[in-house]
Design a protein around this ligand. Structure first.
Ligand code: DGL
Length: 277
């Protein structure tokens, strides 16, 4: 069936992540683009992505994009830093619909707002090892100095719900010690789970370091991208279609509970699918 431009702007946006982390990006899209429908996929069976290879993450991302396209999405948000780092540029030329990741928007704002030119980035082993934040920041600010630190224990701690637990604070102190004498004025939370640790990180880094949450900038970037492609939902569609739908590859109940603890809306169901089929 050929969709008219009119139909297309009422189609949902596909958002995916390795699991629950991308909900911090979905939450930001819900806040900034309240007319937009979302279909979210969390790859809860194969999380974490942060310790896997570029080849594996590219394969997983392709499978998920195929699934989201089968649901008729009009654009895709790669709401995972590791997938944005490893797979986005390989997959972009294969796409017929617009796609945006979380790395570029976060890197750009950090590059443009730093005063000292000294920027810290925290993320998964994959994201930090790929050096993507360093490369992207330098495209916007060639004189910037970028210091990256992988913080692999943050993801399981967030998934456990230990956001302000003394154990989490201790782990955060150990990781963030790395930046103590580095004189950074900006720290990018380069993993989708980390905004949930914002107040713990703020407590350790102090008020003088600007914490950049790429989710916020990604939602802004998505807004621009939809406008450029004339795909912005004007809210005039009266079809009875759910605003938000959630799919996962495992542990649907756990996902649902987590989602309900951080999203501005109540989700009734997360549907289980077999993404490899
Ligand atoms: N969503 C991932 C990211 O932003 C973190 C979790 C994982 O390792 O899969 O990099």
């Amino acid at each position: 069936m050929i969709q008219s431009v009119e139909d297309k702007k009422y189609a949902p946006i596909g958002v995916f992540d390795s699991g629950v982390g991308g909900l911090t990006v979905a939450r930001e899209i819900m806040r900034q683009l309240p007319e937009e429908r979302i279909i979210y996929f969390g790859d809860t069976a194969r999380v974490p992505y942060g310790s896997k290879s570029k080849e594996t993450i590219t394969l997983y991302s392709r499978q998920i994009i195929r699934f989201l396209e089968s649901k008729g999405v009009k654009a895709i948000v790669v709401a995972c830093n590791t997938a944005s780092a490893f797979a986005l540029e390989t997959i972009r030329p294969e796409m017929k619909i617009p796609i945006i990741g979380v790395v570029k928007p976060g890197a750009k704002v950090a590059a443009e707002t730093t005063i000292t030119g000294r920027i810290g980035v925290i993320g998964t082993e994959g994201t930090i090892g790929s050096q993507i934040y360093t490369k992207t920041i330098k495209e916007h600010n060639p004189d910037a100095t970028v210091l990256g630190k992988a913080c692999p224990l943050f993801v399981p701690l967030v998934e456990e719900g230990w956001l302000k637990d003394p154990v989490t604070i201790e782990v955060a102190k150990r990781y963030l010690e790395f930046f103590q004498k580095s004189d950074i004025d900006t720290l990018i939370l380069g993993c989708t789970h980390y905004p949930l640790l914002r107040s713990t990180i703020r407590g350790i880094m102090g008020e003088k370091v600007n914490l950049v949450n790429p989710a916020y900038e990604t939602a802004q970037g998505l807004k621009r991208l939809l406008a450029e492609h004339r795909l912005t939902n004007d809210g005039a569609d009266t079809r009875d279609v759910p605003m938000y739908q959630f799919y996962v590859s495992d542990a649907a109940e756990k996902f649902k509970n987590f989602a309900n603890s951080i999203l501005p809306c109540e989700i009734e169901e997360a549907r289980l699918i077999h993404i490899e089929e």
